[in-house]
Design a protein around this ligand. Structure first.
Ligand code: SAM
Length: 218
């Protein structure tokens, strides 16, 4: 059962969570604000909502997870979202990250590979009144029909940077993607300087579930 009440206790726990994320080094105030605003416990079964404000990833069914809040903040800060940015997120999962991007004023396109999660999250976000573009399928190839994008965010661990995603990025656009093996990945930020020049920056290690599909893990 989903519980859609945002109590003072939840609000207080959220403030504490933001404090922890700030202490871990996130400085982008707009991102911290969005995390403070969005009730993460809405994305949990009510029996488990005591875990919603721990800075941890959590199972959401189908062998998948809602990302750790710090990870959401880290990836979102790297994207440097501007209101109106057209963003493609690969790995809708619970919808929490997509909702954060929406709160920052992005036009969010999000794709999920697991049909059950896609159906559940699309329905739930409608209930929350959050209007996003939802797609079901293999996001490792991007969604060429709706390209180009200002920003692309991959929320699953990739073996390599998919070429299709770089192609679908606007010049000046940013791709944030964890790349590595099935267990640990390095966070990468790729900025498309020109059609042929990509600037690449590497950050800390993270542990994501694998990006499956044509340009992911087979
Ligand atoms: N962003 C999500 C959230 O806020 O809850 C967390 C995502 S979870 C760590 C990774 C998601 O990527 C899973 O839901 C998984 O099914 C999905 N995924 C894996 N490979 C995919 C692919 N090729 N295309 C789209 N989604 C994929």
């Amino acid at each position: 059962m989903l519980k859609l009440e945002d109590s003072y206790r939840h609000k207080g726990q959220r403030k504490e969570l933001v404090k922890i994320i700030r202490q871990k080094g996130i400085k982008n105030e707009a991102v911290l604000d969005a995390i403070n605003t969005l009730p993460r416990h809405f994305f949990f079964d009510s029996a488990l909502d005591s875990h919603a404000y721990e800075d941890k990833a959590f199972p959401i069914g189908e062998g998948q997870t809602i990302s750790q809040p710090y990870t959401v903040a880290f990836q979102t800060a790297l994207l440097n979202i501007k209101p109106g940015d057209k963003v493609l997120e690969i790995g809708t999962g619970s919808g929490y990250q997509a909702a954060i991007l929406h709160l920052l004023g992005a036009e969010v396109h999000t794709i999920e590979y697991q049909k059950k999660l896609f159906d559940r999250t699309k329905k739930f976000m409608a209930k929350l009144g959050i209007n996003l573009h939802f797609y079901f399928g293999d996001g490792s190839k991007g969604i060429p029909e709706h390209a180009p994008y200002d920003k692309i965010l991959v929320t699953a661990g990739a073996p390599v940077v998919p070429n299709s995603l770089l192609k679908q990025l606007k010049v000046g656009g940013i791709l944030v993607i964890p790349v590595g093996d099935r267990k640990t990945q390095k966070m990468m930020k790729l900025t498309k300087i020109t059609d042929t020049k990509i600037e690449q920056e590497e950050f800390d290690n993270f542990a994501f579930v694998p990006l499956l599909g044509m340009e992911g893990w087979k």
